[in-house]
Design a protein around this ligand. Structure first.
Ligand SMILES: Nc1ncnc2c1ncn2[C@@H]1O[C@H](COP(=O)(O)OP(=O)(O)OP(=O)(O)O)[C@@H](O)[C@H]1O
Ligand SMILES: [Mg+2]
Length: 303
């Protein structure tokens, strides 16, 4: 038996494995005549890393926006730990869902540390007047916030750059700073929209490790990525969105082996899978090429 000595205000069994953290049902988002997301169901359980993949324009970011109160879905319902989410992004953050953005959104003229401190505002109780008057309560809260922000920078590997301006960080580090800022709101679920976009393979690998470490801290993760190696290494479950609809969902092997997913990525209609005639044609061509290669050495004597 372990005793939890933290003072986190989470419900007692909120981090128990298998507990439903996110429950999105029948989420539909229409923009005028365009249905960007159509009737999507998705759950994320505690302890899970779930992937969301799909071709460009499939509706992945729009779905994230529906989960985080940036958009109010045309239809459907989103619950976080059993409660329907309020349709305001700051309230969703306060409820326990944090996110990063596909297009990095940092305060570029603030320092790295200040950016993380901004992410903490939903968790600090000190109000506006306290900040203006700067009484002892404010100073105590500020010191605690700084300490936590430094811990998070350490966690993502940016502590040494705490005083640098965010805009001077290389791109890969800006993405990590966004993750630190999201973690500053002490979420129970983290949504990452293309966290490795623009990263080199080494940075991608450290991001992979970082996401595992986040999961190990008891934070469930839902991640959008186009890097399939990253997704299939990382995720317990992967859902595939195509033209706004969830096409397939399952473990990595199930999704990788699904012909409809391959077809969706190749952009080919898969109703007419390669027929026997085409297969035979390819085999004949290969056999002919092989025969020519075998015959090739003899050509030397033809001279
Ligand atoms: N605010 C909006 N108004 C109108 N159409 C929108 C809006 N946001 C997204 N769309 C449209 O919804 C569709 C889905 O876009 P979305 O950005 O969600 O795709 P995505 O899967 O995230 O793509 P990518 O992999 O390129 O990031 C696209 O056709 C897009 O043009
Ligand atoms: Mg997107």
């Amino acid at each position: 038996m372990t005793t939890d000595t933290t003072t986190k205000d989470a419900t007692p069994d909120a981090t128990a494995p298998g507990q439903v953290v996110l429950d999105a049902r029948g989420v539909t988002m229409r923009f005028g005549g365009l249905t960007a997301v159509r009737n999507v169901d998705l759950t994320v359980n505690s302890g899970e890393i779930v992937g969301l993949i799909g071709p460009n324009g499939a509706g992945k970011t729009t779905f994230f926006n529906c989960l985080t109160g940036l958009y109010v879905p045309t239809e459907g319902e989103v619950r976080y730990k059993g409660n329907v989410l309020p349709p305001k992004s700051f309230k969703v953050t306060a409820a326990g869902i944090a996110r990063t953005f596909q297009n990095i959104r940092l305060f570029s003229n603030m320092t790295v540390l200040e950016n993380v401190l901004v992410g903490r505002h939903t968790r600090t109780k000190e109000g506006f007047w306290s900040a203006v008057l700067r009484g002892p309560g404010f100073h105590r809260a500020e010191a605690a916030s700084r300490e936590r922000a430094m811990e998070l920078l350490e966690f993502v590997g940016l502590a040494a750059k705490a005083e640098h301006l965010a805009r001077n960080l290389p791109y890969g580090e800006q993405r990590k700073l966004e993750i630190a800022r999201a973690l500053a709101s002490e979420p129970g679920l983290l949504l990452l929209d293309e966290p490795t976009a623009g990263m080199n393979p080494q940075e991608t690998r450290t991001t992979e490790e970082l996401v595992f470490a986040i999961r190990d801290k008891g934070i469930a993760v839902l991640v959008i990525e186009h890097d399939m190696r990253f997704i299939f290494n990382l995720c317990d479950r992967v859902a595939v969105l195509v033209q706004g609809e969830k096409l397939v969902e399952g473990d990595s092997a199930t999704v990788q082996g699904d012909e409809r997913v391959i077809a969706a990525y190749l952009g080919e209609p898969f109703e007419d899978a390669p027929g026997d005639a085409e297969v035979a044609e390819v085999e004949a061509a290969e056999a002919q090429a092989e025969a020519q290669t075998d015959a090739a050495p003899g050509k030397e004597n033809d001279r």
